[in-house]
Design a protein around this ligand. Structure first.
Ligand code: ADP
Ligand code: MG
Length: 564
């Protein structure tokens, strides 16, 4: 192929503009992104080679090499992974196939910190090279293609890039960064090593750099012709728990999640028995921007015996735990397992069940802790993910009881943090049901006239304002033998809470209102099923309720909004 000049897809141009004009903090992450691409490329080769061993050619040891040239002001990241054909270079380095680009832009355009870290989060890591480089040249050859089908791709990060065919005997990819003026700090072995140590230590292949030595005579560092491995090159989850520090767990979390905040909790276990696997799972502290997308794949990476198989293996976690991040490494699954196969595998089912239980225990230990800091953590977890966890009450019957204990609500006694245990502990003598009301907002719930009689009698009512609440309650009828009862449905039966005298009064009132009720009924004939006297109101003259067993007014409104 002769040299061609092509334009970047419009989205890439926008990203490049942002990258080169906005990202000033955390510049060093460009190296993490490029090393991670190199490592991904090696993972892909290993995976494709399962069916075609010839792809290894004569270089079976997968590795990444990082070099720099102080005079030419370049840094090169080389891998002997899968490589790219010319078409792939054009497609992968000139367009973005992923969704989420728009969110990325709007995040960067907002007034938050212009943190380069954001870039990796949105799967556009390659372009982070342009934070420090005013030209990037990529030379590559795809494994399996002949040497004359190499490709050179090059761009200055403005609107266009060039591609041409080259001869390239070695399989894999070189990414050559031509540093901008002012970025010379990165032309240092010490600096590059420390960035790799910080971000890429866990990468399971060796990252090599040339050794350097201080030459006293010339009084400068001299690069030797000898390579050394600068990362630990051991998958973190495969190391013994006792040998991994808290700081390492946290750093690993950052790398796989791109979340700047420390995780809320994590759990690391080797499970043996019928099914053998290692799990390292994290609960984030903050919800991602696309938490509400139920189609979003989960955040758990699948490995089989240390070999990367796939990202976001949704079969490994129930949908309602889609916010969990981490790694599961199975010893039983075949290496060539596909997403489809995963859905059916019994081993995967066992892993999913085991991992779900682990995550729930992790949450329980935070939720039940006496420690004030932990309590606060749970409150913040609940704010971020509570509504998602509620989906589990309907979806995961096996764990329903445990999930129910993790639920927190607002009530007429507290604006947040009320558990069913708290509520049940405060139930009045003779109170048999757990009362709740659903509404769009907390204010609307609080101001409901239906609550009047409960306020007067000092009975607590749960105020439910999440969209999933109605749905959840359609799967949850009682908690610890106490039925859940809406205060906005049918005739509220206060049962033993109402004394004889009140009952009599209510009956008398109903009797004397009969003629009025008849007239109201006639007038509202097509618009109301019934008009009744009630004892549930104290200050308001009237309120609307729905028939027991009917959809609540709130749910009806929601469905209507959704166009149903
Ligand atoms: P992501 O890694 O999230 O896919 P990037 O912007 O980092 O996004 O990379 C874009 C794509 O470019 C990759 O998905 C891959 O197809 C290709 N690519 C980047 N670097 C390499 C490499 N070293 N070897 C092979 N392909 C690469
Ligand atoms: Mg990448």
């Amino acid at each position: 192929m002769d040299k061609q000049t092509l334009s970047f897809q419009a989205e890439v141009q926008q990203i490049l503009h942002l990258v080169t004009h906005s990202l000033y903090s955390n510049k060093e992450i460009f190296l993490r992104e490029l090393v991670s691409n190199a490592s991904d490329a090696c993972d892909k080769l290993r995976f494709e080679a399962l069916d075609n061993n010839a792809l290894y050619e004569d270089a079976p040891n997968l590795e990444v090499r990082v070099t720099y040239d102080a005079e030419a002001k370049t840094i090169t990241i080389r891998d002997n992974g899968i490589g790219m054909s010319a078409d792939e270079a054009v497609a992968h380095l000139g367009t973005i196939a992923k969704s989420g680009t728009r969110e990325f832009m709007s995040k960067l355009q907002g007034d938050q910190k212009k943190d380069a870290n954001l870039i990796g989060q949105f799967g556009v890591g390659f372009y982070s090279g342009f934070i420090v480089a005013d030209r990037i040249t990529v030379e590559s050859r795809r494994a399996g293609l002949p040497p004359d089908q190499g490709v050179r791709w090059s761009s200055d990060g403005s609107g266009q890039f060039e591609v041409e065919s080259i001869d390239r005997p070695e399989r894999g990819t070189d990414v050559i960064l031509h540093l901008r003026d002012g970025e010379e700090e990165f032309l240092s072995s010490w600096r590059l090593k420390s960035i790799i140590g910080k971000y890429s230590d866990h990468i399971s292949l060796p990252i090599l750099m040339k050794k350097e030595e201080w030459d006293a005579e010339a009084s400068k560092q001299v690069v030797k012709d000898e390579w050394e491995t600068v990362n630990k090159a051991a998958a973190l989850w495969a190391r013994a728990k006792s040998e991994v520090t808290d700081a390492e767990y946290r750093e690993f979390y950052k790398q796989i999640s791109y979340d700047q905040e420390a995780p809320l909790a994590y759990t690391h276990n080797r499970v043996e028995g019928r099914s053998e696997y290692t799990q390292l799972l994290y609960v984030p502290a903050k919800a991602p921007f696309d938490l509400w997308n139920r189609d979003k794949r989960g955040g758990v990476k699948l490995y089989v015996k240390r070999v990367f198989i796939m990202d976001d293996a949704e079969a490994l976690m129930p949908v309602y735990l889609r916010f969990v991040k981490g790694v599961i490494d199975s010893a039983d699954l075949p290496l060539n397992v596909s997403r489809e196969l995963l859905q059916e595998s019994r081993d995967v089912k066992a892993i999913r069940e085991g991992s779900t239980k682990r995550v729930l225990s992790m949450l329980e230990s935070v939720a039940n802790s006496e420690d004030a800091g932990e309590k606060e953590k749970y409150a913040s977890f609940w704010k971020e993910f509570g509504a998602v966890l509620k989906e589990g009450v309907g979806e995961d019957h096996a764990n329903q009881e445990r999930l129910v204990k993790l639920l927190r609500f607002a009530s007429t006694q507290a604006d947040e943090g009320v558990s069913f245990a708290d509520y049940i502990g405060r139930m009045k003598e003779g109170q048999e049901a757990i009362y709740y009301i659903t509404a769009d907002t907390l204010a609307a719930a609080k101001n409901s006239p239906q609550l009047e009689i409960f306020r007067k009698k000092g009975i607590e009512v749960l105020l439910l304002t999440d969209r999933v609440d109605e749905w959840m309650l359609s799967h949850l009828y009682e908690v610890e033998g106490k039925p859940l009862q809406s205060v906005a449905k049918g005739a509220v039966d206060l049962g033993k809470l109402q004394d004889e005298e009140e009952k009599k009064k209510a009956e008398e009132a109903a009797e004397s209102f009969k003629p009025v009720l008849e007239r109201l009924k006639a007038t509202l004939k097509d618009r109301a099923k019934d008009v009744r006297a009630t004892s549930r109101l104290v200050d308001s003259p009237a309120c609307i309720v729905v028939e027991d067993g009917d959809m609540s007014a709130h749910l009806a409104r929601m469905l209507k909004q959704a166009g149903q």
